[in-house]
Design a protein around this ligand. Structure first.
Ligand code: SF4
Length: 409
């Protein structure tokens, strides 16, 4: 039976970003950011639609010039998801973005420093019921804080930056707030978020900034965000990858599904790491299966196993799986052998049965195999015995490797 751990979530206030709730027990949301010029509203909208299809709940667009604000005015009414305007330096852009109807602003307290400007933006946002993310960034900390903490970016300095901004918002009675304290250093951002979570109940937006290109960037961001999510910290997340933003949306979705924090949308492919017993190129078949399932909305666990000796047993909790035998594949449903297929039909068969199970359920799939399952079980046993006899206990065939090494001397 599948073990699912639910991580107790930190209690936070809830804000609405358009029609998407953030915090207060709402599902954790996935965000990404467009990389088109916001002024080019058609190209930006196209990217937003792609992001939404990839599982992104909220999209941010830069508002770095008046033309970008005009672009936002055209984008917002046609966007399938709420839009956040990213403001770095000029408070006027924030006012224009609000005028354009955006659903949220992101302000960087290290860049917009005049308290009157900050309060003016907060007042306008309050009038329109639009939330603001206080987006502290380790790379662009307020110079005063940088100096105060000895010229170093510390978790304390980042938290203080966020709290200072909250005080300006308090002055004008604005509290539709979410906060991020991102850094490119994973230990630094983890500690900053932990400290922030101790002192505020506003929802938190998680991220490792400038994480880099995949796969190392994905790994860094995952290390930071997964650690915090497992501690119950985090209400919305963004992967900051040097890659097509679609990759960010997919990674975000995948992370939440993997932690059991969002419902699964696509297949969960489990595959063995391969070893000396493998009867096929497990890496190739697993990748082929990933491609074949693609974006199909089949939220089943599907296993690809390199041999029939351990495969079906180890993947018995999967909804469906295939284990390689002697030039053939043994298909199993809920751990029961149902059919034998030629090696080159393994992936197609897997997809076809997954679609069947998705539509009719696993019991119907076992029923469907009523005439083939006995032969399938016998064939699996034959291949299992053959594999064990051929390779014995030493799956990695070390004696022949050693003989090979000796021949080389
Ligand atoms: S024993 Fe079989 S299922 Fe396990 S890793 Fe090796 S090939 Fe894969």
């Amino acid at each position: 039976m599948e073990f699912t751990q639910s991580f107790p979530r930190r209690e936070t206030k809830q804000i609405m970003v358009g029609d998407v709730p953030v915090g207060g027990g709402a599902p954790i949301t996935v965000q990404s950011m467009t990389i088109t010029k916001t002024a080019d509203h058609e190209a930006t909208l196209q990217q937003i639609y792609g992001l939404a299809a990839a599982g992104c709940d909220i999209v941010r667009c830069t508002c770095n010039e008046s033309e970008a604000a005009e672009g936002l005015a055209r984008i917002v009414p046609r966007s399938p998801v709420p839009i956040v305007a990213d403001i770095h330096h000029q408070y006027r852009r924030a006012l224009e973005a609000l005028e354009a109807g955006v659903h949220c602003l992101r302000l960087n307290p290290g860049n917009i420093r005049n308290p009157e400007h900050i309060k003016l933006v907060a007042r306008e946002a309050k009038d329109r019921n639009v939330p603001i993310r206080i987006g502290v960034n380790g790379g662009s900390l307020h110079p005063d804080l940088y100096a105060k903490y000895g010229g170093k970016v510390t978790p304390e300095a980042m938290v203080e930056s966020a709290l200072d901004e909250i005080r300006y918002f308090d002055d004008v009675g604005f509290d539709l707030i979410k906060i991020s304290v991102k850094a490119s250093s994973v230990p630094l951002m983890i500690e900053a978020y932990r400290q922030l979570a101790e002192v505020t109940d506003h929802p938190l937006h998680l991220g490792v900034t400038e994480a880099g290109p995949p796969p190392i960037g994905t790994l860094k961001a995952t290390a930071g965000m997964a650690t915090l999510l497992a501690e119950g910290i985090g209400d919305t997340i963004r992967y900051s990858l040097t890659a097509d933003p679609i990759e960010e949306a997919k990674a975000g979705r995948q992370l939440l599904e993997t932690l059991g924090l969002r419902e699964r949308k696509n297949i969960d492919l489990i595959s063995c790491p391969s070893c000396g017993r493998a009867e096929v190129d497990v890496v190739g078949i697993a990748n082929e299966a990933m491609d074949a399932f693609g974006e199909r909305e089949i939220p089943l666990q599907v296993a690809v196993m390199g041999c029939v000796v351990n495969g079906p047993g180890e993947a018995r909790d999967a909804d469906l799986g295939i284990a390689a035998g002697n030039k053939r594949g043994h298909l199993f449903v809920k751990g029961q052998n149902v059919m034998v297929v030629p090696e080159d039909e393994m992936v197609d068969t897997l997809v076809e049965w997954a679609e069947f199970i998705q539509e009719h359920g696993a019991d119907a799939a076992l029923e469907r195999a009523v005439n083939t399952k006995d032969a399938a079980r016998r064939a699996a046993q034959e291949d299992r015995d053959r594999n064990l006899n051929d390779r014995g206990d030493d799956a990695n065939d070390s004696e022949s490797v050693i003989a090979e090494i000796r021949r080389g001397h």
